[in-house]
Design a protein around this ligand. Structure first.
Ligand code: CU
Ligand code: CU
Length: 286
């Protein structure tokens, strides 16, 4: 059983080993397979295709499995590493040790947003963005989006989401106006703090963290480990409130065949949300 630590508590050597394992996955081509998988399942609710990963109830279990597979790939390189989490309510400035030279490197430079520091800077020669749409081969970040400033979510934002009594609500997409899932995933419309929580963090980091290819920035995994931990916290705060929808939706529902109820297996692993509700047999948070 491995422990996922808060990234701020990692030792120098733990950071070094994690970075080395990530770079080895990149070198072998395995890393880019994860980016490609994320692109493949980046389906919007404006499309009719099944939606296991985003704008959907199975946002949490799909990303839990995605992280677990990534973590197993890392552990095949170095059995002593695990994915740490980034609590962006606390480590909420560019001065955080997360962005130091010995860990993920810092912000992009003004001219082209290119990250110039740390192990993932293009000039280091180990981090070429291969799976991309229009952007360049170098990693980009744009902390706080100066042209239209955006802040990281606060403790109060997260606390509000954790109070949601229900896991999710119809119509089970980006427009669901209540429920823990969309409060955290962050599409909730008609509000000044939109985007919220999960989406807002992608927006604050900016650059490569925007859109379908966001796992190109290694901070993706640390961000999603914290999202996963928030799901654990919501579960323990609401022990009687389970995953929704529980039953397969009726054919008359607009979301029929597009969202995954409790026991419907999700691609690409053919694992249902019900098999991913309990993290305790897989890892612990420390
Ligand atoms: Cu995702
Ligand atoms: Cu995300």
């Amino acid at each position: 059983m491995h422990t996922r630590k808060n990234q701020r508590n990692l030792t120098r050597s733990e950071k070094k080993r994690l970075v080395a394992a990530i770079l080895e996955l990149k070198r072998s081509g395995r890393y880019d397979e994860f980016v490609r998988m994320h692109v493949e399942y980046y389906v919007s609710d404006a499309e009719d295709d099944p939606r296991p990963a985003h704008m959907t109830p199975s946002f949490f279990p799909w990303h839990r499995k995605f992280l677990l597979e990534f973590e197993r790939a890392l552990q095949a390189v170095d059995s002593g590493v695990s994915v740490p989490y980034w609590d962006w309510t606390k480590d909420n400035t560019p001065a955080s040790s997360l962005w130091a030279e010995d860990f993920l490197g810092g912000n992009g430079r003004a001219r082209d947003r290119q990250v110039m520091t740390g192990p993932f800077a293009y000039a280091q020669g180990n981090w070429r963005i291969n799976v991309r749409v229009t952007s360049g081969a170098f990693l980009t970040r744009n902390f706080g989006r100066p042209s239209d400033p955006i802040s990281l979510p606060t403790k109060a934002n997260v606390a509000k989401a954790l109070r949601a009594p229900l896991y999710d609500a119809a119509p089970w997409d980006s427009t669901s106006s209540s429920g823990f899932r969309n409060e955290i995933e962050g599409w909730v419309a008609g509000s000044v703090d939109r985007p919220r929580n999960h989406n807002r963090v992608h927006g604050w980091v900016g650059g490569a963290m925007l859109g379908a290819t966001s796992p190109n920035d290694p901070v993706f995994w640390l961000h999603h480990a914290y999202i996963d931990l928030l799901w654990v916290r919501w579960q323990s705060a609401h022990p009687r409130a389970g995953y929704l929808p529980r039953k397969k939706l009726p054919e008359t529902d607009r979301q029929y065949g597009r969202v995954f109820s409790l026991d419907e297996p999700m691609p690409p692993w053919n694992v249902a949300p019900s098999a991913l509700l309990d993290h305790k047999s897989l890892y612990r948070y420390g």
